[in-house]
Design a protein around this ligand. Structure first.
Ligand SMILES: NC(=O)C1=CN([C@@H]2O[C@H](COP(=O)(O)OP(=O)(O)OC[C@H]3O[C@@H](n4cnc5c(N)ncnc54)[C@H](O)[C@@H]3O)[C@@H](O)[C@H]2O)C=CC1
Ligand SMILES: NCC(=O)COP(=O)(O)O
Length: 333
């Protein structure tokens, strides 16, 4: 591969992903973006650009042609069939194209035909209706990576921005199931992967991790919950013994303000919203979702399908652009 290329998945065709891919391509020079291709139906993307009045010439390519095509046309790797969608009206009928786009992109990246994968948002409930069995990309990508009977990968979701990086230790599960799912073993495994990848991919020689408590005031010495003493502290002890710099369990309400953030490189939160609320509040337009623990690089914008604004041409491409830049940086390391 002369110049590393990135692969962008289509995402839900009724959501904002496809139009953001067009916008990102239009901003390629201004943003100095590396070459990328989208895995979708070229005719669908052409119609999308026409409807918006955007000048985006589409060219069907194979991966080797991406770098040579990118400056003049948006390279598209075609899926096996046509894609159609009504903006803002998700339909389970599109699920096959959504899944095919992800599966093909993973295969191409694993074959070395591209350097990294950037996924556009999927609506999980729409895919579930069509029989998709994985909670989200994060888990699906790990299943794809583990396919073939080799190593089994434990995926770790990290949302990263210049101001804050957060990792939900439990991810796509109901809040009521969190206490039972939260084990010392899961925290230790997650902490090891985060420390390793901050070193290896982000170039942080001695990563500093902060662990949130689960309960108010990190349990208030056991008066407001016992998970801190029984589950989280033992995990911290194990990780510290392995030489990882750890702080915690910290009360989650006071660990995300600017001074507190300066004391760690990544915050491990105990559940999805404990991690994602602070970063989406501070950096909604810049934050990137990156999956750690996989044998390839995957990033994604931090937002979802935004069906309420799809097709209106007003969705901001900032987070997708940040995801493209981070994928290029991590894919090169
Ligand atoms: N990586 C992925 O595939 C992700 C998928 N989702 C999926 O997205 C669907 C919708 O989720 P929501 O919670 O509604 O979150 P959302 O991020 O799609 O939308 C939340 C609000 O932010 C706005 N918004 C989102 N992205 C924007 C952008 N680029 N520019 C301007 N405004 C933007 C939307 O218009 C909406 O008002 C869900 O089904 C969820 O599963 C959510 C997050 C990540
Ligand atoms: N809220 C983040 C999110 O749901 C992203 O999930 P995934 O599809 O990247 O696994």
């Amino acid at each position: 591969m002369n110049q590393p290329s990135l692969l962008l998945t289509q995402g839900d065709p009724a959501g904002i992903g496809p139009e953001l891919a067009l916008k990102a391509w239009m901003l390629r020079k201004e943003q100095a973006l590396p070459p990328f291709a989208v895995l979708s139906d070229p005719a669908f993307l052409e119609r999308l650009a026409q409807n918006q009045g955007w000048d985006v010439p589409i060219r069907t390519v194979e991966t080797a042609q991406i770098p040579g095509t990118f400056s003049k046309s948006l390279p598209v790797i075609p899926l096996s069939g046509p894609v159609s969608a009504q903006a803002g009206q998700p339909a389970a009928g599109a699920a096959a194209s959504v899944v095919e786009s992800i599966e093909t992109a993973v295969r191409l990246v694993q074959d070395g035909a591209a350097s990294a994968l950037v996924t556009n948002p999927i609506a999980k409930h729409v895919l579930y209706e069509a029989g998709f069995r994985h909670p989200g990309h994060t888990e699906f990508l790990a299943a794809l990576a583990s396919k073939g009977g080799g190593e089994t990968y434990h995926p770790v979701m990290m949302l990263w921005s210049e101001q804050l990086a957060v990792v939900p230790v439990t991810v796509h599960i109901p809040l009521a199931d969190v206490p039972a799912a939260l084990t010392t073993e899961l925290i230790v495994r997650t902490g090891r992967i985060v420390a390793r990848e901050l070193r290896k991919r982000f170039g942080i020689a001695k990563p500093r991790l902060a662990l949130a408590g689960l309960n108010p005031h990190a349990g208030e010495n056991g008066a407001m919950g016992t998970e801190e003493a029984n589950v989280i502290v033992p995990a911290i002890d194990i990780l510290r013994a392995e030489g990882i710099e750890m702080a915690g369990p910290l009360p989650a309400d006071t660990m995300f303000h600017a001074r507190a953030r300066s004391r760690y490189d990544a915050a491990l939160a105990m559940y999805h919203d404990q991690a994602l609320i602070p970063i989406k509040t501070i950096a909604f337009d810049e934050a990137v979702n990156v999956t750690l623990g996989l044998p390839f690089v995957r990033t994604s914008p931090d937002h979802g399908t935004a069906f309420d604004i799809a097709g209106k041409g007003i969705a901001r491409p900032d987070s997708l652009i940040a995801a493209i830049k981070l994928a290029a940086r991590l894919g090169a390391s």
